[in-house]
Design a protein around this ligand. Structure first.
Ligand SMILES: Cc1cc2nc3c(=O)[nH]c(=O)nc-3n(C[C@H](O)[C@H](O)[C@H](O)COP(=O)(O)O)c2cc1C
Length: 149
């Protein structure tokens, strides 16, 4: 089960932490959407797109990556971290244009010091925490198991 995860993580490295944790001990290739602009994803069984939520959306670098590189008809999942709530609409639209099958979406809180939250020391401090990371691993294991069958 070959899996690729394309991620963007800039604010506090919250999403990177999530992506790196689920990649450990699994056949997962990580790609930073800021560094990798084009890649051949045809050999992957599962493709994940991961991002913090910025102004209600996945970062545009991940959305652009999907638009430019996602082969037709792939199994796709999402990972996100956010201070308030998830926002997968833009990335969902991008992958649907490639007839992707969306097989799951995992989101959890991520430490957020954007704007006024900085004044109060931030929100969701300590997230993603051990429980979040464990849940993310369980999520990916479940997807991998289902995708095998
Ligand atoms: C510029 C900016 C905009 C953000 N906008 C949102 C938002 O609209 N909704 C939300 O829930 N969190 C928002 N956040 C919080 C981030 O989604 C959260 O901290 C996330 O874990 C950051 O991931 P990262 O550390 O991987 O970049 C925003 C953070 C920044 C820096």
């Amino acid at each position: 089960m070959k899996t690729a995860i394309v991620y963007y993580s800039a604010h506090h490295g919250n999403t990177r932490k999530l992506a790196e944790t689920v990649a450990q001990g699994r056949d997962v290739t990580l790609m930073d959407a800021l560094e990798v602009k084009s890649a051949d994803l045809s050999g992957y069984d599962l493709i994940g797109f991961a991002s913090g939520i910025y102004f209600g959306k996945f970062h545009r670098s991940v959305v652009e990556f999907a638009k430019n590189n996602l082969p037709q008809g792939k199994k796709v999942f999402f990972l996100a971290t956010y201070g308030g709530s998830n926002g997968t609409k833009a990335i969902e639209e991008a992958v649907r244009e490639r007839d992707a099958q969306i097989v799951g979406s995992f989101g959890c809180k991520g430490y957020d010091t954007f704007g006024p939250f900085k004044l109060v020391g931030g929100i969701c401090k300590g997230h993603p925490d051990e429980t979040d990371l464990k849940n993310a691993c369980r999520f990916l294991d479940g997807l991998m198991k289902t995708a095998e069958n």
